[in-house]
Design a protein around this ligand. Structure first.
Ligand code: ATP
Ligand code: MG
Length: 331
C-alpha cells in the first residue's frame, strides 16, 4: 500500500520561527514516517508581495531548507522542493484560475487581512490576489491527503477543496482529491509584541536559528503587565506575553500554574519569569540550531537536495497535470 500524502510548505521570506514549529513543523516531523511528505519552498508565492526584492526570496530558500533539516526533517524520507523549479504547478494554476471568481478571491479572510497589513488596497497586484489559486495547484498536484498548517491557512484549504470539487464536477472526473488541514498544538502563536500572529514579515518572531543572546534580548522586550511596577505589586496574567509563551513552551504545566498564582498575589518579579522563559526557549531551540549549523557547513549539498527534490516533485505533479489536460481536452 502506498503511503498517504502530505503537502505543506513555507514562503522563503525569512528563516522559520517558533510559530512555524508549533503550527506546522512539529506535525511534519511527527508524521514523516507514516506519510510520503512533500515540502514546498514557495518562492513564486513569496514573490507575489516581494517582487521588488528578489534577493530576499533567493537568500531565504536555503535558510528555510536548513530550518527543515534542523527541525528534524529527514532528507532521505521527505521531498523538499522549490516551487519555481516545478513549472507544472504554473500550468495547473492557469487552468484553475478559470474556476474562481475575483469576488470569491476578494472574500478570502486571510488575503483580506494581508492586503490591509501590506497597504495594498490602492494598487493590488493581480498575482497577490490569486495566490490562493496557485496554492491550490501546489496542493492538488500531489494527490495530497493532509496539509499540516497554521490556522491562517484554513481559508486556503477551503478554497482548494472548492476548486477540486468544481473541477471534478465540470470535467466529469475524479482526478483531483479533496484535502484535510491539520492544525498544530497552537493554531496561531502570538508575536513577541503580543500581536495576534508571530510572522516573518512583522518582525515579531523568535527564529529557530536565533542565538542564546538573540533569544534573551527578544524575551527581555516582551510586554508583561504595565501596572506591575514593584515586585510586591499584584500582577496580571491575562494579556501577559511572557505567560502566553510559558503556557506554550514550558513543559512543567503545574509549575506555570503556581507561577501564575504567585504573580497574581504579588511578590514575583518579571525578571525571574523572563529568565525562566529564556532558559526554556534556549533548551527548545539549541538542538535545532546545532543540527542546522551542521547542515549549513555544506550549503551546496543542501541546494542539491532541493534540486533533486524538485525533479521528484515534477514527476509526481506531471501525473496529475496529464490527467487534467486530458479531461480539459487539451491537445
Ligand atoms: P510571511 O509573514 O512572509 O507570510 P509567515 O511567518 O506567515 O511569513 P508562512 O511561510 O506564510 O510564514 O507560513 C508557513 C506556515 O507556517 C503556514 O502553515 C502557516 O500557517 C504557519 N505559521 C506561520 N506563522 C504561524 C504562527 N504564528 N502560528 C502558527 N502557525 C504559523
Ligand atoms: Mg504567511
Amino acid at each position: 500500500m502506498a503511503k498517504p500524502i502530505i503537502l505543506t510548505g513555507d514562503r522563503p521570506t525569512g528563516p522559520l520561527h517558533l510559530g512555524h514549529y508549533v503550527g506546522s513543523l512539529a506535525n511534519r516531523v511527527r508524521l514523516q514516517h507514516e506519510y510520503q511528505q512533500y515540502l514546498i519552498i514557495a518562492d513564486t508565492q513569496a514573490l507575489t508581495d516581494n517582487y521588488d526584492n528578489p534577493d530576499r526570496v533567493r537568500t531565504n530558500i536555503l535558510e528555510v531548507a536548513l530550518d527543515y533539516l534542523g527541525a528534524g526533517i529527514d532528507p532521505e524520507k521527505n521531498v523538499i522542493f522549490i516551487q519555481s523549479k516545478v513549472p507544472e504547478l504554473y500550468e495547473l494554476t492557469v487552468h484553475f484560475l478559470n474556476l474562481v471568481t475575483v469576488a470569491r478571491l476578494m472574500r478570502n479572510p486571510t488575503v483580506k487581512d494581508e492586503i490591509k497589513q501590506k497597504n495594498m488596497e490602492e494598487s493590488l497586484p493581480a498575482g497577490f490576489l490569486m495566490y490562493p489559486v496557485s496554492q491550490a495547484a501546489d496542493i492538488l498536484a500531489f494527490q495530497t491527503d493532509l496539509v499540516p498548517v497554521g490556522e491562517d491557512q484554513n481559508p486556503m484549504i477551503e478554497q482548494t477543496n472548492e476548486i477540486a470539487r468544481r473541477f471534478n464536477f465540470l470535467y466529469k472526473t475524479n482526478c483531483l482529491k479533496e484535502v484535510k488541514p491539520l492544525t498544530g498544538s497552537v493554531g496561531r502563536l502570538i508575536g513577541i509584541d503580543g500581536k495576534l500572529k508571530m510572522s516573518k514579515s512583522a518582525g515579531n518572531a523568535i527564529m529557530l536559528s536565533d542565538s542564546f543572546n538573540e533569544i534573551k534580548a527578544k524575551v527581555q522586550k516582551m510586554y508583561t503587565d504595565p501596572n506591575h511596577l514593584k515586585v510586591s505589586d499584584p500582577g496580571q496574567v491575562e494579556g501577559n506575553v511572557v505567560f502566553a509563551f510559558l503556557d506554550v513552551f514550558d513543559p512543567d504545566k503545574a509549575a506555570v500554574e503556581e507561577l501564575k498564582d504567585h504573580y497574581r498575589r504579588g511578590g514575583l518579579g518579571d525578571g525571574v519569569l523572563k529568565q525562566r522563559l529564556t532558559g526554556i526557549l534556549e533548551d527548545f531551540i539549541a538542538p535545532i540550531r546545532k543540527r542546522r549549523e551542521d547542515y549549513a557547513k555544506d550549503r551546496e549539498e543542501v541546494l542539491r537536495l532541493c534540486f533533486k527534490g524538485s525533479e521528484q516533485a515534477r514527476e509526481k505533479a506531471n501525473q496529475t497535470l496529464t490527467q487534467v489536460r486530458e479531461v480539459m481536452k487539451l491537445l
